[in-house]
Design a protein around this ligand. Structure first.
Ligand SMILES: [Zn+2]
Length: 241
């Protein structure tokens, strides 16, 4: 009995000792698990902070993009505004072709905003004349513009190309006949007869001695020059618009 009793006791102790070791081992595993959980928690926190930082950066980028879009919009509006505002004064000296057709001999254009200017004298080597137009043109040459029909810097056939290369959205011109001449070539441009805005006769506004004229006309009467006249019309336009 005693023998069995002490044996049972030792078995029980062994069992208890094994149990204690198992508990220790579980406890150590639990500690490790807890550590892992804590580390994991920290890592989740770091990730959350990083996500917040990224979200903040995204908001900043979105704000920059909005500001960029506003700037682009205002640049676009300013460019469109300039395009809408681009206007010029054009004047021309005409000669007569067959069947009373008006043809341009001298032509000048000046920007209403910037003083940018262009001037052409056309030679009519291929243009047709009849008896009536020949007579009229000779009279005009002697008494008015001094420009022989065949004299010029550029062939009259280039006129369409020149007029279509001008990028003004509005062109002011003095007189209905001149407006009709332009209309044939550039019907897409807003052509405004400046007389409709109250511009008086040319002899009433050609009084400024300081305005320029072309080199051809400087030895004749500079005030008959179309280069001079666009500047005189422009001066009236600026003072009255
Ligand atoms: Zn001239």
């Amino acid at each position: 009995m005693n023998v069995f009793g002490s044996s049972q006791y030792s078995e029980t102790n062994k069992f208890i000792s094994n149990l204690e070791q198992s508990i220790k081992s579980f406890s150590s595993k639990l500690d490790k698990l807890q550590n892992l959980l804590e580390e994991n928690h920290k890592s989740v926190q770091i990730q959350e902070e990083q996500i917040e930082a990224i979200q903040f950066t995204c908001v900043q980028i979105a704000e920059h993009m909005t500001r960029g879009e506003i700037s682009l919009q205002s640049i676009k509006e300013s460019i469109e505004g300039q395009a809408i505002m681009s206007s010029a004064i054009l004047d021309m000296q005409c000669v007569l072709g067959v069947n009373n057709k008006y043809m341009i001999k001298e032509m000048s254009i000046v920007d209403t905003e910037t003083w940018a200017t262009q001037h052409w004298i056309f030679k009519h080597s291929k243009s047709m004349e009849d008896n009536k137009s020949r007579k009229t043109n000779k009279w005009l040459e002697r008494n008015y513009h001094q420009l022989p029909i065949e004299y010029g810097d550029i062939e009259y056939e280039e006129l369409g190309k020149i007029l279509n290369s001008l990028k003004f959205t509005r062109i002011y011109i003095k007189g209905e006949q001149k407006k009709q001449v332009l209309m044939e070539y550039i019907p897409h441009v807003a052509l405004i007869n400046i007389e409709d805005l109250g511009c008086p006769r040319l002899d009433q506004i050609c009084d400024d001695e300081t305005l320029p004229c072309c080199i051809f006309h400087m030895k004749y009467n500079p005030k008959q020059c179309k280069f001079y006249k666009v500047f005189a019309i422009r001066k009236w336009f600026v003072n009255n618009s």
